[in-house]
Design a protein around this ligand. Structure first.
Ligand SMILES: Nc1ncnc2c1ncn2[C@@H]1O[C@H](COP(=O)(O)OP(=O)(O)O)[C@@H](O)[C@H]1O
Ligand SMILES: [Mg+2]
Length: 468
């Protein structure tokens, strides 16, 4: 039971409704208190101005009385008669001399016990000890011509004002349950929407598996944070589905690419074992097997490198070195192949351009490009490597006079496992070389592109910043 109650109060809509109700209640209490004190203050001010008016009337009465040759006491009696007609706000008064002695006190003495003189002009509220009823009192010093200085204490009962304040308070207490009820209703209404959305997200997320990644959240019409949240989650799901799709494709490609050389190797072994052979034949057959194993190792290494680039785990080791040295090494490496195919292999030196780069990885990228150029250029062709500075960049070109790349396939050659003509290239590669090349160049913050030559073949252009 306690657990269920705990669960109920930890629900988002219940929490939101509670906070909302508490805030609304607090606001209502603050507002009501403010209005209560404003009302009290205004009532007091009105009563004070009433008392000032009565005092003016008293002074006018006294002036008239003295002028007509009457006495102060008679003037007070006439005023007492006047005020006895006031029913709504009964007026009480007394006249005192400066030392506090009573000169005149109206006959309603029994209803009010005036407090002692304060000897200054003031307004204040006091309660009688007999029945605790409140009175508002105004005390003022006055001068009666021909009579001297006096103090007047003039007061009225506060009961009407108190009744108004009491009614106000009562109404507030009556309104509070209604406010509470209304705020709970509003809280439930307001918290319904986020709760619905969250429940929807939970149900979609629960149903989502690797086989079921196309599900998306319904996007609400209103352009608010909930709308943004659902759009963001959907975008995240798009990215997840995409990477998952990529991963699936990659796994399928890898297994497909490995099957062919493995079957070839198996075939080779079966042929060797099918009959007894002499030592020379065994050596040749095993040599062919070794080539196939080397090819498999190369694919494995390339895949390992690509996956490390994908995970951002490749550590770059930057160093300053001369680009001409790097190109010379590659030239020496490929010269035998070029001679074998009678390819004219030309390197244009750069006058000693130095670069800050990872020498091993950059060599690998250039080797991949030259390897392709040699592979896809027929006998008696030509391969040129040139290198020069261009603004703050170093531009390296590998140009061949080979078979070229068809226009519609040129954009795809940097993709993983892509080969324009798999049946012809298969023997010597798996379509990973250019992908690795691109990753190495991009890790150097450079760019790689390919252009068709005017006559025949293609040129690979690598742009590298001279300082990374
Ligand atoms: N110099 C080139 N001339 C013609 N085609 C090329 C050249 N370089 C690359 N290609 C095309 O791009 C494909 C991908 O190259 P690459 O990633 O190095 O893979 P691989 O060399 O293993 O086939 C090649 O199979 C080929 O079709
Ligand atoms: Mg290649």
């Amino acid at each position: 039971m306690l657990l269920r109650l705990n669960k109920f109060f930890s629900r988002l809509d219940v929490k939101l409704t509670t906070y909302y109700t508490l805030i609304l209640l607090l606001l209502a209490v603050i507002l009501c208190s403010f209005f209560y004190y404003r009302l009290e203050h205004n009532l007091e001010k009105q009563i004070d101005s009433l008392l000032i008016d009565e005092l003016h009337e008293f002074q006018a009465e006294m002036k008239k009385e003295i002028k007509e040759g009457g006495t102060i006491i008679h003037g007070c009696q006439t005023f007492e008669e006047d005020i006895s007609k006031r029913k709504y706000f009964p007026i009480y008064f007394r006249l005192l001399n400066v030392s506090g002695g009573i000169v005149f006190q109206a006959a309603h003495e029994s209803e009010i016990s005036f407090p002692p003189l304060k000897n200054r002009e003031s307004f204040y509220t006091f309660k009688t000890l007999a029945d605790f009823s409140s009175f508002r009192l105004h005390e003022k010093s006055i001068v009666i011509n021909g009579g001297g200085d006096f103090f007047v204490q003039i007061a009225t009962k506060m009961n009407k004002a108190e009744r108004i304040l009491g009614n106000f308070k009562e109404n507030i207490f009556r309104a509070i349950p209604a406010i509470l009820f209304l705020s709970i209703l509003c809280g439930i209404y307001i918290s319904r929407k986020p709760r619905k959305v969250i429940r929807h997200i939970i149900s979609v997320a629960r149903r989502m598996t690797s086989m079921n990644m196309h599900q998306r959240l319904e996007i609400p019409l209103a352009d608010d944070e909930i709308h943004d949240l659902t759009v963001t989650i959907n975008e995240m799901m798009d990215r997840l589905e995409n990477s998952f799709q990529h991963l699936k494709q990659f796994t399928a490609d890898v297994s497909h690419e490995l099957r062919n050389p493995l079957f070839a190797l198996k075939g080779e072994l079966e042929v060797i074992l099918s009959q007894k052979r002499d030592a020379q034949e065994y050596r040749e057959a095993l040599y062919a097997c070794q080539e196939r194993v080397d090819f498999l190792i190369k694919i494995a290494n390339d895949l390992f490198m690509i996956s490390r680039f994908d995970e951002n785990k490749v550590k770059m080791e930057y160093d300053y070195f001369n680009m001409d040295d790097l190109i010379q090494n590659i030239y020496d490496l490929f010269l035998p192949i070029a001679e074998e195919k009678n390819i004219k292999f030309v390197v244009k030196p750069s006058d000693g351009i130095t670069i800050l780069a990872d020498k091993v990885k950059l060599s690998q990228a250039v080797i991949n490009l030259v390897d392709n150029a040699m592979k896809f250029t027929p006998e008696n062709g030509r391969v040129d490597i040139s290198i020069f500075s261009k603004n703050d960049n170093i531009e390296l070109r590998v140009k061949d006079s080979g078979e070229g790349i068809p226009e519609d396939k040129i954009d795809r050659i940097f993709e993983r496992f892509y080969q324009v003509d798999p049946s012809r290239s298969k023997q010597k590669g798996a379509g990973l070389g250019l992908q690795i090349c691109k990753k190495i160049i991009e890790a150097h913050k450079g760019q790689i592109k390919v252009e068709k030559n005017k006559d025949e073949g293609v040129t690979f252009i690598v742009l590298l910043p001279s300082n990374v």
